[in-house]
Design a protein around this ligand. Structure first.
Ligand code: ADP
Length: 387
């Protein structure tokens, strides 16, 4: 065949080859593109999964209860805190209706209001059955017409607020009594008692007594504030139990003599040594002995003792005073608790809470045993191997 016959076939073959080559190249590029997209998609899927796991972990660890409901008001998600708050019978919350889970009418109303208005709604609600005080926030979910319900437990916060209010009320009461006495005494003096030297001396000594009570109150308040702040610096050293009691006896002997009560010390010199802050432990024991002297009528006996008890030392302060009523016993270590609230100068009711703080800081415990009419026995048990 002549060459002219081959020329078009040759041209066709070349054109076809170029076309196929281009097609293959396009396919290759498409394949690469697809692989890149797949890699990206996989990366994004992993990032999404990670974010979701993180969100799940946060929701599960949250102390706030979180519920999500769909457009029909059926729970589609509940975190652990929500299960604890509402799933009292161990039943699953997911799949149940919002009113069935919330049960309390105020909670349900708040959710319904937010559903009806499409606005976030909040309320503070007392839940008597769970003995909780909660803040509910119901937030409508814009896309699916569902809602997000968050419940914050404010029980502890409210209790703290109550403690703070009581504290201020008690402190004001303790301040008011000596201040009112001081004012009355000063007014009596200026109204004429100053001209009578005998009266003047008597009123002045009463003023000194009230000022001393105020001084004791502020000292006790400062000590308590320091102890409760946790910033107290403890000077720990090896201490002989008998030495602690001897130091307390020595410091309070005069007061005991004045009140006509006998102080007796029973403790072996061979007791094991304690690790503790001398000044603080002396203070704790002093408060107990000081109370014993204060409440025991003349002719009474106060016994201070220490003995080894396993891996601890037991200190005891026993008196022959009036004793403490069983209903007061659980409360006397509380701040400002006084059995006889009328007796202003007898103390502010802080002494025993200071004792409890000091003893607890030393890893020990303090308690009281008493029968009315038969005296009281205060015990402090301190471990021997405390920090
Ligand atoms: P106060 O400064 O009023 O003595 P405390 O905290 O030391 O406060 O004591 C609280 C209350 O416990 C006292 O008001 C008193 O009623 C009671 N109490 C403490 N020690 C004795 C005791 N040895 N005998 C009888 N009652 C006591």
């Amino acid at each position: 065949m002549d060459a002219w016959l081959y020329a078009p076939i040759f041209g066709l073959v070349v054109a076809l080859t170029v076309y196929i080559w281009r097609l293959r190249r396009r396919l290759q590029l498409l394949q690469q593109e697809h692989q890149r997209a797949a890699r990206n998609w996989e990366k994004e899927r992993k990032a999404l999964e990670k974010a979701r796991a993180r969100l799940d972990a946060v929701l599960e660890q949250m102390t706030d209860a979180v519920l999500m409901s769909d457009a029909q008001g059926i729970i589609i998600y509940a975190n652990r805190a929500a299960s604890t708050l509402f799933g009292s019978e161990g039943r699953q919350l997911v799949g149940r209706s919002v009113p069935e889970v919330l049960r309390h009418h105020q909670l349900v109303q708040t959710w319904q209001r937010s559903q009806a208005t499409g606005q976030p709604c909040e309320a503070a609600v007392e839940l008597p059955r769970q003995r909780r005080f909660v803040q509910i926030a119901a937030l409508p979910e814009a896309h699916g017409k569902g809602s997000l319900i968050v419940l914050q437990d404010l029980t502890r916060l409210r209790a703290l607020e109550q403690v703070r209010r009581n504290f201020i009320a008690n402190f004001s009461h303790e301040l008011r009594t000596p201040l009112a006495s001081l004012r009355a005494l000063a007014e009596t003096l200026t109204a004429g008692a100053l001209d009578n030297p005998q009266d003047a001396r008597r009123f002045l000594s009463l003023i000194v007594r009230e000022v001393e009570a105020l001084d004791r109150l502020t000292q006790d308040m400062l000590t308590l504030a320091r102890l409760e702040s946790g910033r107290e610096i403890w000077q720990r050293a090896a201490l002989a139990p008998r030495d602690l009691l001897a130091a307390v006896t020595e410091r309070l002997q005069q007061q005991a003599d004045r009140n006509g009560v006998v102080l007796e010390l029973i403790a072996s010199r061979n007791l094991p040594l304690l690790q503790g802050d001398r000044a603080a432990l002396e203070r704790a024991l002093m408060n107990l002995v000081h109370n014993a002297i204060k409440f025991t009528p003349p002719g009474g006996l106060i016994t201070l003792s220490a003995q080894a008890q396993g891996n601890a030392v037991l200190f005891q302060v026993r008196d022959t005073g009036p004793g403490i009523d069983p209903e007061d016993l659980p409360h006397i270590f509380e701040r400002f608790y006084k059995v006889d609230r009328g007796r202003s100068s007898a103390g502010a009711g802080l002494g025993l809470s200071i004792v409890r703080h000091i003893v607890q800081e030393h890893g020990g415990r303090v308690w009281v045993e008493s029968t009315p009419g038969e005296g009281s026995l205060f015990c402090i048990q301190l471990p021997l191997n405390d920090r």
